[in-house]
Design a protein around this ligand. Structure first.
Ligand code: ZN
Length: 66
């Protein structure tokens, strides 16, 4: 009898994943995150491969819209 295992894809889907804007390498976690308000988060990304730094903004939908 085997215990069910979580699929790695399901785990990663809940996290912000973004390709490097410079070299296209996959970045799995932001270097730093700033919460602007309840529904907007700004991530600062730093690429391990090329050292490029850039920002992205994540906007969540209104809570009552779901
Ligand atoms: Zn890069």
């Amino acid at each position: 009898m085997e215990l069910p295992t979580l699929k790695p894809n399901a785990f990663h889907q809940s996290r912000p994943i973004i390709p490097c804007a410079q070299c296209g390498d996959t970045l799995f976690a932001p270097e730093w995150s700033e919460y602007l308000d309840d529904r907007r988060v700004r991530h600062l990304w730093c690429c391990d491969a090329c050292g490029y730094e850039f920002e992205s903004m994540v906007c969540y939908p209104e809570p009552h819209a779901a």
